[in-house]
Write a new protein. Structure first.
Length: 194
């Protein structure tokens, strides 16, 4: 199995690049944001609870997202590997992911972090908010709150993987294709060294 984490702040291009990477490398895409939005669309109790938190730009509780990822791993026993997008977002989630993968006798090969300036992140998210209907993109206050949460709780997740020498930082500005080419170059290098 080959498992990757695509990491970076809100708006860094994780979702956009994940779509291309799963086709290129035959991985199963696991995005906790997408899983939560599908609960919201289904108006499930979990979705209703999560929406109130997401609309403030805050993180939903660890046990909720860890449970979702655990179910998704169980539901895909024959996957060639997983591409995690938007997860793990706290140290607790990172430790839980390691344990879940350990049970499957596999692990994270690398965390690839997209580096994008704060100004560009805000610009991208507000632009998407004009048309996407995503309630957490509609005003600058919520977008900035998501970035505050990222710096407060999520950026430390990179330190967790750094201790195992698994972090690669990629410049996340430029065209989508340019960034994709940079990602593929790194991933091909990791695969060749396996
Ligand atoms: P989530 O859905 O994970 O959103 P996010 O991390 O805030 O990131 P985005 O999806 O907004 O950005 P992205 O990096 O994927 O970039 P994208 O490709 O979309 O999480 C939403 C919420 O769910 C969280 O706030 C939290 O409440 C909750 N949640 C999710 N996971 C959780 C977890 N593990 N624990 C707790 N809570 C959790 O691109 C953004 C925009 O930029 C798009 O319009 C795109 O077209 C554009 N764009 C992309 N690349 C480029 C480029 N190169 N140049 C110009 N524009 C570009």
């Amino acid at each position: 199995m080959f498992n990757l984490i695509l990491f970076g702040p809100p708006g860094s291009g994780k979702g956009t690049q994940s779509e291309k990477l799963i086709t290129q490398y035959g991985l199963k895409h696991l995005s906790t944001g997408d899983l939560l939005r599908s609960e919201i669309a289904g108006k499930t109790p979990l979705g209703i609870e999560a929406k109130a938190i997401m609309d403030k730009g805050h993180l939903v509780p660890d046990e909720v997202v860890i449970g979702m990822i655990s179910s998704a791993l169980e539901a895909n026993p024959h996957a060639k590997g997983f591409l995690f997008d938007g997860f793990p977002r706290t140290s607790t989630q990172a430790e839980a992911l390691d344990k879940l993968l350990d049970l499957k006798k596999t692990s994270i090969a690398a965390m690839i972090a997209l580096a994008v300036s704060e100004e560009e992140l805000v610009k991208r998210l507000l632009k998407r908010g004009e048309t996407s209907g995503r309630s957490d993109d509609i005003n600058e206050g919520i977008v900035r709150e998501r970035l505050v949460e990222y710096h407060k709780k999520t950026s430390v997740v990179a330190d967790y993987y750094k201790q195992f020498d698994k972090v690669v930082v990629i410049a996340g500005e430029g065209t989508v294709d340019e960034i994709f080419a940079r990602l593929c170059k790194e991933i091909d290098g990791i695969l060749n060294n396996k």
